[in-house]
Design a protein around this ligand. Structure first.
Ligand code: GLU
Length: 314
C-alpha cells in the first residue's frame, strides 16, 4: 500500500467524520459529536463520513450499528459515501503495523496489566492509561508469552493545536509510555486503527468529544511515524450531569430501537445545537430536522462553542 492508495483525499476539501462504536446506542454526548462534526465539515463545504468502530467484537451489541444509522437518519444527519467499518480494515492495520516493526519502532511485551499497575509510580490518569516503564524494551525473554506489541515513544513533547482548546503539549512517557498497537490475541488497538482509518479515508478534520483529547498526541505521534498528514482537531465539550459529573454511556440514550427519537427528533436536535452554542431563531423551532440542519450549517459559528460543557443537552 502506498500513500496514494487513499480514497477521495484532496488537500483543498474538508473531509470530516463521525466514528461511533456499535457497543451501545447513541447518547446525548455522541449526538453532540455527530452534530458538531457534521456542522464543521458541511459549513466548509466538505464531506462528512460515517465509520463504525467495530474492532472490539466482544463488546458489540447485535443490531446496534443499524440502530445508530437509523437514528442519525432521523436527525437528517446523512453521511457521504459508503459506511466504513474497522472490521474491513484488518489487512491495512497489519500492513502499517509491519512497517512500524520494520522501522524498529515496535517490540513484544510480556507484561500483564497487573504487573504494569504494580510497577507504576504515578497514579493512573483519566483515560485509564497506566504509564508503561518500558520493561520489555530491551528484548523478549525466551519463555515470554506475548501479551502485546508496543511502540517506542520519544522523550519529547508532542504538541498540536486544537480549535477549541488551543495549543496543547504532552509528554507521552509520562502519560502512557510505550503504548500498545496490537494485543496478544491479534486485535489491533484503537490508537493505530483510528490513525489508519482516518488516513485511508482522507479525513483531514477530526471533531469529537473532549474525552479523546488525551489520546490525540498518541495518534499524532503515529501519524508522524507513518508519514501521514495531520488532520485539524476540534474537541467538543462533554455533556455532563447537573452535578458536573461525566454521564455514563448508558445515560441519555437516543435510539430508534428504544423508540425515543420519533416525535422528539427536533427537540433533541435543537437542544444539541444550543449546547454547541448555536443561536437558532425562534421561527426554526417548528421546522423539520433537515431545515434546522440546513440553517445551522450555513450559520455555524465555531467560536460560539462554549468552553465548558456545563449543561445537559436533553
Ligand atoms: N469510536 C470512538 C468512540 O466511540 C471514537 C473514535 C474517534 O472519534 O476518534 O468513542
Amino acid at each position: 500500500m502506498s500513500a496514494d492508495n487513499r480514497e477521495g483525499h484532496s488537500d483543498r476539501h474538508v473531509v470530516g467524520r463521525f466514528a461511533p462504536s456499535p457497543t451501545g446506542a447513541l447518547h446525548t454526548g455522541s449526538l453532540v459529536a455527530a452534530v458538531g462534526s457534521y456542522l464543521m465539515a458541511k459549513h466548509s463545504g466538505g464531506r462528512w463520513l460515517l465509520r463504525l468502530d467495530d474492532l472490539d467484537t466482544q463488546r458489540q451489541i447485535p443490531g446496534m450499528a443499524d440502530d445508530i444509522m437509523r437514528t442519525l437518519e432521523s436527525f437528517g444527519l446523512l453521511w457521504d459515501g459508503e459506511v466504513a467499518r474497522q472490521s474491513g480494515h484488518l489487512k491495512e492495520y497489519q500492513y502499517f503495523f509491519e512497517s512500524l516493526q520494520q522501522a524498529g519502532m515496535v517490540y513484544q511485551c510480556g507484561c500483564s496489566r497487573k504487573e504494569i499497575a504494580r510497577s507504576a509510580s504515578a497514579p493512573h490518569n483519566e483515560d485509564d492509561c497506566i504509564p508503561y516503564l518500558g520493561t520489555c524494551r530491551g528484548g523478549a525473554k525466551e519463555d515470554m508469552v506475548t501479551r502485546s506489541w508496543r511502540v517506542i515513544v520519544p522523550e519529547e513533547e508532542i504538541c498540536f493545536s486544537d480549535h477549541r482548546k488551543g495549543r496543547l503539549c504532552q509528554m507521552l512517557p509520562a502519560v502512557c509510555g510505550d503504548f500498545i498497537l496490537k494485543r496478544g490475541d491479534g486485535e489491533f488497538a484503537y490508537q493505530l486503527a483510528v490513525v489508519v482509518d482516518d488516513y485511508l479515508a482522507g479525513v483531514n478534520q477530526v471533531v469529537r468529544g473532549e474525552d479523546l483529547l488525551a489520546s490525540t498526541p498518541r495518534q499524532i505521534y503515529l501519524q508522524r511515524l507513518l508519514g501521514f498528514p495531520e488532520p485539524e482537531y476540534c474537541h467538543l465539550p462533554l455533556v455532563v450531569g447537573p452535578d458536573g459529573s461525566k454521564l455514563s454511556k448508558r445515560d441519555h440514550l437516543i435510539s430508534h430501537q428504544l423508540g425515543n427519537v420519533v416525535g422528539r427528533d427536533q427537540e433533541l436536535l435543537i437542544a444539541t445545537l444550543r449546547f454547541l452554542g448555536q443561536n437558532l431563531p425562534q421561527e426554526l423551532v417548528d421546522c423539520s430536522c433537515s431545515d434546522i440542519l440546513e440553517w445551522s450549517v450555513s450559520h455555524f459559528k465555531r467560536v460560539q462553542i462554549p468552553d465548558h460543557g456545563d449543561a445537559v443537552a436533553a
